[in-house]
Write a protein that binds this ligand. Structure first.
Ligand SMILES: Cc1cc2nc3c(=O)[nH]c(=O)nc-3n(C[C@H](O)[C@H](O)[C@H](O)COP(=O)(O)OP(=O)(O)OC[C@H]3O[C@@H](n4cnc5c(N)ncnc54)[C@H](O)[C@@H]3O)c2cc1C
Length: 452
């Protein structure tokens, strides 16, 4: 019988593992559990929200990326590590059980929603494709309503946008959307573009602390030169339908609160009988779970020792680490099945690229600080290279060219009809079962042998 390998998650980490396993383990039965049929290239989401890219340009189809792997459309909701079984809730809502000889866990992370009054109900994220599309519709809708309103307070409120989080996700989201909204406001006959106000609220003393002081300052200069308010050293205290209150007591009238203040590992990790570190599953340098050599975990969901940095550090949750851990995990799965020695994950960070819209960007490739048009060129070249799928690269490059020639596509697609698009709709935190509940659920699925 062929070995059964189950991969949970179809992102940078999970799809990378399955792709390599197809080559290294030609006889294995590979199943990849994922609620979506695509690998999402998250760094491009702010550009989707800002209409620079259409939503399909930010994804790589799993059926194109993977040839032999069976993609199981659903969400892993519980795992019985002792019995080696994964409980899956299919996209139809039906449960399914997958047995495995080797398991690779790569379910990524979710938006870290903090205990701020009103946040779940009124905040909006930019972590999934649907959220990015909803965000665009919402922001465009605000300008349209402001354009027709005769109430000056309402016009100002709808034209103010508050982004909480000054990491790369928040900065890119604010920078790209600000370009879209100011360009659009010029086209609305009753709207003064000066009414459009963007705020970036950051609890640290600088933007993107991971990139160093200089690039953080360069970024702040670019944002402020465009009129974006950068509020450092403050956080969000509360939000409601019509305002955001900051920790320094200021109340900003707004109907748009975008929350990008960090990520939490997939809640699935906290529902296993295994140790976690800040919610990430603890693994050794060979990516295996202590006490369960048949289970590996990688990407945002795993606390992978950062051997290149040392001192007990774990790898930061970046696409760079997730995609480089994937081949090591695949190699170690195959080594484990063959009874051969495994290898350790060791990777020195190559730096970050941050797209600020138009020809603005900051980047730090190989420790060199870059800003302006050179950084923008490096940023876009890096994204194209990192997609590693010719069709996806062509789609992105042609969309960038179109946007450069004709501006972002500022049309509201109507996604928000019947949905709010707010954070509470995207959490899925209640989906998961602990090991005892997982066992009971699996037991309940066993076909009953008729008596008599
Ligand atoms: C706006 C934004 C910009 C970013 N920009 C950068 C950047 O410029 N550079 C960089 O290095 N990093 C960037 N990141 C971070 C980067 O995207 C993540 O670190 C990376 O996606 C992690 O890869 P992953 O495979 O672990 O998780 P993901 O890419 O999130 O993939 C997780 C996969 O698991 C699936 N899944 C989730 N739960 C389950 C479940 N229970 N069962 C089955 N499947 C499940 C998901 O649907 C998804 O397919 C950015 C993130 C955001 C949000």
């Amino acid at each position: 019988m062929s070995e059964r390998i189950v991969v949970v998650g179809g992102g940078f980490a999970g799809s990378g593992v399955a792709r390599r396993l197809e080559r290294l383990a030609p006889d294995a039965d590979i199943r990849l559990v994922c609620p979506d049929d695509y690998m999402l290239y998250l760094p491009l989401l702010p550009q989707v929200a800002a209409g620079v890219l259409p939503a399909p340009a930010a994804v790589v189809s799993l059926s194109r990326r993977l040839r032999r792997t069976v993609v199981v459309p659903g969400r892993a909701t519980g795992i019985d590590l002792d019995a080696r079984r994964v409980l899956v809730r299919s996209i139809t809502g039906n449960p399914e059980v997958l047995g495995y000889d080797r398991l690779v866990l790569a379910p990524g992370s979710v938006t870290k929603v903090m205990d701020v009054p009103g946040l779940r109900e009124y905040g909006r994220g930019c972590k999934t494709l649907a959220e990015a599309a909803y965000l665009r519709d919402h922001v465009l809708g605000q300008l349209e309503v402001a354009n027709t309103s005769d109430d000056p307070d309402e016009r100002a409120r709808r034209c103010r946008f508050v982004v909480v989080g000054g990491g790369y996700a928040g900065v890119e989201t604010a920078a790209n959307l600000q370009l879209m909204t100011t360009a659009l406001a010029r086209r609305f006959p009753r709207l003064d573009p000066g009414l459009v106000q963007w705020h970036v609220v950051q609890h640290h003393d600088g933007l993107m602390p991971g990139l160093g002081d200089r690039l953080g300052e360069d970024t702040r200069r670019v944002l402020e030169s465009r009129g974006i308010h950068v509020d450092l050293g403050v956080s969000l205290a509360a939000v409601d339908d019509e305002s955001a209150t900051l920790s320094d007591g200021r109340r900003l009238p707004t109907q748009t609160l975008i929350w990008t203040a960090g990520v939490s590992p997939s809640p699935l990790m906290g529902h296993l009988d295994a140790a976690t570190d800040h919610g990430r599953l603890v693994v050794g340098a060979d990516l295996s779970v202590p006490g369960h050599p048949e289970v590996l975990a990688i990407g945002d969901a795993a606390a992978v020792p950062d051997l290149a940095t040392g001192g007990g550090a774990v790898c930061p949750p970046t696409a760079q680490h997730a995609s480089r851990q994937a081949p090591v995990a695949a190699d170690n799965v195959v080594a484990g099945l063959a009874g051969a020695p495994t290898r350790e994950y060791r990777h020195r960070d190559l730096g970050m690229v941050v797209d600020l819209g138009g020809t603005d960007a900051v980047a730090k490739p190989f420790g060199v600080d870059l800003s302006g048009a050179v950084a923008a060129g490096v940023t876009r070249a890096y994204h194209l290279w990192a997609m590693r799928a010719p069709a996806a690269m062509a789609r992105v490059a042609s969309a960038w060219t179109l946007s450069a020639l004709h501006g972002a596509s500022a049309v509201r697609l109507g996604f928000l009809t019947g949905a709010s698009g707010r954070l509470a709709e995207f959490e899925h935190t209640d989906d998961y079962l602990d090991p005892a509940a997982t066992r009971a659920a699996i037991e309940g699925l066993r076909p009953r042998v008729p008596r008599g």
